[in-house]
Structures are given as structure tokens and as C-alpha cells.
Ligand binder design. Structure first.
Ligand SMILES: C[S@@+](CC[C@H](N)C(=O)[O-])C[C@H]1O[C@@H](n2cnc3c(N)ncnc32)[C@H](O)[C@@H]1O
Length: 264
């Protein structure tokens, strides 16, 4: 990762750590439970959540595993995750500051390695996935959850332009086909796959990025989205509702295993 991109991520997520934590109800308690169940957590598992943000997923996994760690590049996110842990009085969890592309853990350390809603911030997500594979035990599981970019080229470009206008640290919402190729390249087999259409309020989504009506970037993002409505040119299936717009993020959830060497 370039120094410039690292700084863009740290600036965005330091600036928005409070808003992000407060409005992180992108995952309602029901959706968070769904994501925990999807990972098939076991009481003996050592779990790691990569790019953990304020720690919601790691702390939701903790009661179901032996120990849960989270790691994130943004110190302020780690500070929030630790505060959230203290508030919830969860003893079997810990948080580290570090990069997904260079995880500070030994090979084959974890039974369960997860990463959600973060690959779209990484210019080279294959490096992070390679690291996740490295630190996973041979019989371990990897859970990858992220928004999916549209397969159509024109929609893909506009979709990512809207995402980058909202959040300059956005890199690219990967297509399902790109994820599948990356899994194959990393020698992973898909144990389970679930594709979801997650409806969101545009205004709420903007708040999570620290943006309100009076901000220039709110106005620019909203204009791009509104212009995309005829023909759904950016793949958000947008629907105006009073002063808000209901949008859809297609989300891929993948449970992956290390393929046996002979099968690679
Ligand atoms: C959209 S937030 C998602 C946080 C959390 N996974 C969740 O779902 O609530 C993206 C997070 O990825 C982190 N991040 C981005 N690139 C990273 C990298 N290369 N290594 C570690 N963390 C990274 C950011 O600091 C931020 O906390």
C-alpha cells in the first residue's frame, strides 16, 4: 500500500471513528447475528477479525469462541474497539493496530479469520487475503464479507465513483467474479456463499462517513446518485423516499476453506 493511501484511510477513519461507531447500525443486531452464525464459530476457535474497525464483529464472535482478536490500521478505531470491549465486559478479546497486508502473527495461528466490509478499501486486496490464508490453520475457516461491485462496466465505474466521492479512502468494490478468481488464486474453496441485497438509507450511509446535508461531499454524492436513478446507472436500485433515498448494496458473504494441496 502506498503511504498516500494509508494516510487517506487513517484520515478518513480517524475523522469518522465516532460517527462510524455511533451509526454502525449498517449491521442491525439481526444481521450481526446472521454474520456470526455464518462463520460457524466453535468454542475452541482462536479467531481474528481483520480490519475490525470499532470491533463489533470480533466482540460478537467472542462469546462463541475461545478467544477473538481484532486488528485495524487506524489507531482511533482500535481505541474505540477496546472501549467497546470494556463497556461490554468481554474478557476473551484483544485488539492490535496493524496492516492487513502484513499481519503480525505466525503462520497457522487461527482457526477462524474474518474480514468484513473492508476489502473495498484495499488497493491490493489479494495481499490481505494471502496474509489471511497464511495465518489460518490448515483446517481453519476464512469468512470474507464485502459489498459487490456491478458486473456491467459502466455501472461498475459510476458505482465506484459514487463510493469514492462519499469516502476518498474507497479503493474499489470488487465484482463477484473478481472475488471468485481471487479465492481460486489463493487456493481457497468456497464452503458456503450467500448473496444479500442490503437496503440502506442514503442519509444514514452518509452520516456513517461523517457527512451531513451541508457538506460539499454530501451534495456531490447525492447528485451523482440522483443522476443515476433513470436506468439505475450505478447499480444501487435507488428509490427516493421523502428527503432520503433508499439504496441497495449487494453484499457477498463467503465461508472459505483451504483446499487440500492435491486439489490446488
Ligand atoms: C468500512 S470500515 C469496516 C470496519 C469493520 N470491519 C466493520 O465492518 O464494522 C473499514 C476499516 O478497514 C480499516 N482498514 C482499511 N484498510 C486497512 C488495511 N490495509 N489494514 C488494516 N485495516 C484496514 C479501516 O481503518 C477501517 O476501520
Amino acid at each position: 500500500m502506498t503511504k498516500k493511501h494509508r494516510e487517506a484511510i487513517q484520515k478518513q477513519f480517524t475523522r469518522t471513528a465516532e460517527a462510524f461507531s455511533k451509526f454502525a447500525v449498517r449491521d442491525t443486531p439481526e444481521v450481526l447475528t446472521e454474520k456470526v452464525e455464518f462463520a460457524k464459530p466453535q468454542p475452541t476457535d482462536l479467531a481474528l477479525d481483520v480490519a475490525c474497525g470499532p470491533g463489533a464483529y470480533a466482540l460478537a464472535l467472542a462469546p462463541r469462541v475461545k478467544f477473538a482478536r481484532g486488528i485495524d490500521i487506524t489507531e482511533e478505531m482500535i481505541r474505540r474497539a477496546r472501549a467497546f470491549q470494556a463497556e461490554k465486559q468481554i474478557a476473551n478479546a484483544a485488539f492490535d493496530c496493524g496492516e492487513a497486508e502484513a499481519l503480525p502473527y505466525s503462520d497457522a495461528t487461527f482457526d477462524l479469520v474474518t474480514c468484513q466490509m473492508s476489502f473495498h478499501h484495499m488497493p491490493k486486496p489479494e495481499l490481505a487475503l494471502g496474509e489471511m490464508v497464511r495465518v489460518t490453520k490448515p483446517e481453519g475457516r476464512i469468512v470474507l464479507i464485502d459489498t459487490l461491485g456491478p458486473e456491467s462496466d459502466s455501472k461498475f465505474e459510476l458505482h465506484n465513483a459514487i463510493e469514492s466521492t462519499r469516502d476518498p479512502s474507497h479503493s474499489s468494490a470488487l465484482r463477484l467474479t473478481t472475488f471468485l478468481k481471487m479465492f481460486d488464486d489463493c487456493g481457497l474453496e468456497i464452503l458456503r456463499q450467500s448473496l444479500k441485497r442490503r437496503q440502506r438509507s442514503f442519509n444514514h450511509w452518509m452520516l456513517r462517513a461523517g457527512l451531513e446535508l451541508h457538506h460539499k461531499r454530501y451534495q456531490e454524492t447525492r447528485k451523482l446518485l440522483e443522476d443515476s436513478i433513470p436506468g439505475d446507472k450505478a447499480g444501487y436500485s435507488p428509490q427516493v423516499q421523502d428527503d432520503d433515498i433508499i439504496i441497495v448494496h449487494n453484499e457477498g458473504m463467503f465461508l472459505l476453506g483451504k483446499a487440500a494441496k492435491s486439489e490446488i
